[in-house]
Design a protein around this ligand. Structure first.
Ligand code: PMP
Length: 430
């Protein structure tokens, strides 16, 4: 395989290369592939790891939680005590500062924005009454975060992501000076899609923010807190509630977590961790919204995992399934694209995604080309506010769902699409 940088090739060389690549692409099309690398869904093998959770209850089971509450019945607004402890250990917070919700942290995030919008936070003006609300969106980032704040009509402001977290000079500039800036989305560990983790300095700079808006909040989505791929190489980050409290801003953060990618996505347990004052504020509205969330599912999770050690053991089993998939994609990209100077990609130590940056103006065409041959990727642009990548360069790769064998084919096809589209792009300028 030729590994000369494409940009240094002559027009003739590129034209003959294109012919070769076109032929290869035709071969893939004839295979009639049908593969999905679009969303970070656990594979069936991963879901099977938690099947024991289906067996923890039987007809004679004790369905009372430790304080004697019958979990089959109404009540317990913020979650049963043992579930609070379990989720607090995952979120690395005090169990007194966590509330358990339903099956989805995204839902909790939406509701948190909605409460601020409708009722205001800690007595401040509801965001719906303001002329303008701005939200900072480190990008590339999680499309569903951006969609929530877009749906509420906020102005989304793109903040560039670096390897150690969002561009903090820009974050400070906006947050400390503009009272219309009410929040920021953060995925601080193994970020979606780059797999980056915030450095201690970045976390401390977050905690030290002095917002122009008193009701500014950091939406700290710690979705991948225990989702390591390796035993010996791991990212760990500072705990944000503690750092904010130390810096004198205890109410500035909402931290979210869930067991979606620990047990079952869509049937896990979600939680929010925050200050006492924010918890009391949330409770005022939650008591109107529900009599209590699904306590049987909370109990089921505690009986199955027991504690943080049980969760960690489960995460090692997940990692054993996921690691070869990440390595397969990374190795294929290296083998196929190394030295060609037509793309760069991240090599995360955890989380669910690999982020690929193609030559500018190529991402949409690459994703379309892959689809033409039966491989569905996340839509190009999805990782930016409003679904618009200004450089049309970023593509999120989600290796979790296909088997390793399927991935071997899908990753090769993806690399082929990158080559084809890049050749066409470079030819335009020759
Ligand atoms: N946050 C991030 C960063 C995610 O990547 C995902 C799932 N892809 C979620 C939240 C969704 O979490 P949940 O299933 O708890 O709603």
């Amino acid at each position: 395989m030729m590994s000369k940088a494409y940009a240094s090739m002559s027009r003739e060389e590129l034209l003959s290369l294109k012919e070769e690549l076109d032929k290869e692409f035709q071969g893939y099309k004839e295979k009639g592939l049908k593969l999905d690398m679009s969303r970070g869904k656990p594979s069936i093998a991963q879901l099977n790891l938690s099947m024991g959770m289906m067996d923890v209850f039987h007809s004679e089971s004790d369905l009372k939680c430790e304080d004697g509450t019958d979990c089959r019945n109404y009540g317990v607004l913020d979650g049963i005590p043992e579930a609070k402890r379990l989720l607090a250990s995952i979120a690395e917070v005090n169990p007194n500062n966590i509330m358990i919700f339903g099956n989805s942290s995204l839902n909790v995030m939406y509701d948190t924005v909605a409460r601020a919008y409708m009722f205001g936070l800690l007595g401040h003006t509801p965001w719906c009454k303001l002329d303008k609300v701005k939200f900072l969106c480190p990008a590339p980032g999680y499309d569903r975060h951006f969609k929530i704040t877009e749906t509420f009509g906020f102005d989304l402001i793109t903040i560039p992501m670096h390897e150690d977290g969002p561009d903090m000079d820009m974050v400070e500039e906006y947050v400390n000076n503009d009272p219309a800036v009410k929040g920021i989305w953060c995925v601080p560990k193994y970020s979606n899609p780059q797999g980056y983790s915030y450095s201690d300095e970045v976390v401390r700079r977050f905690a030290a923010l002095t917002p122009a808006a008193e009701d500014f909040r950091i939406f700290w989505d710690n979705a991948y807190s225990v989702h390591h791929l390796y035993e010996d190489k791991r990212d760990e980050i500072l705990e944000i509630l503690e750092e904010c409290a130390k810096a004198g801003h205890p109410d500035m953060v909402f931290k979210f977590t869930s067991t979606s990618k620990i047990s079952f996505p869509g049937s896990g347990v979600a939680a929010i961790a925050t200050s006492d004052a924010n918890m009391a504020d949330i409770r005022k509205y939650m008591v109107v919204q529900t009599i209590g969330h699904d306590k049987l599912n909370q109990l089921r999770h505690v009986r199955f995992f027991r504690d943080r050690y049980g969760v960690e053991a489960q995460m090692r089993r997940h990692a054993d399934i996921l690691r070869p998939k990440f390595e397969m994609v990374e190795q294929t990209l290296e083998d196929e694209l190394g030295g060609l100077e037509i793309g760069t990609w991240t090599k995360p130590l955890g989380g669910y995604f690999i982020s690929f940056d193609a030559l500018e103006g190529c991402a949409k065409a690459i994703v379309a080309k892959a689809k033409e041959a039966g491989v569905v990727m996340t839509g190009a642009g999805a990782t930016f506010p409003y679904g618009k990548d200004p450089k049309d360069s970023n593509i999120r790769i989600a290796p979790s769902y296909p088997t390793v064998e399927e991935l071997a084919v899908a990753a090769k096809l993806f690399a082929l699409c990158v080559k084809l589209v890049s050749v066409e792009k470079i030819l335009e300028s020759k």
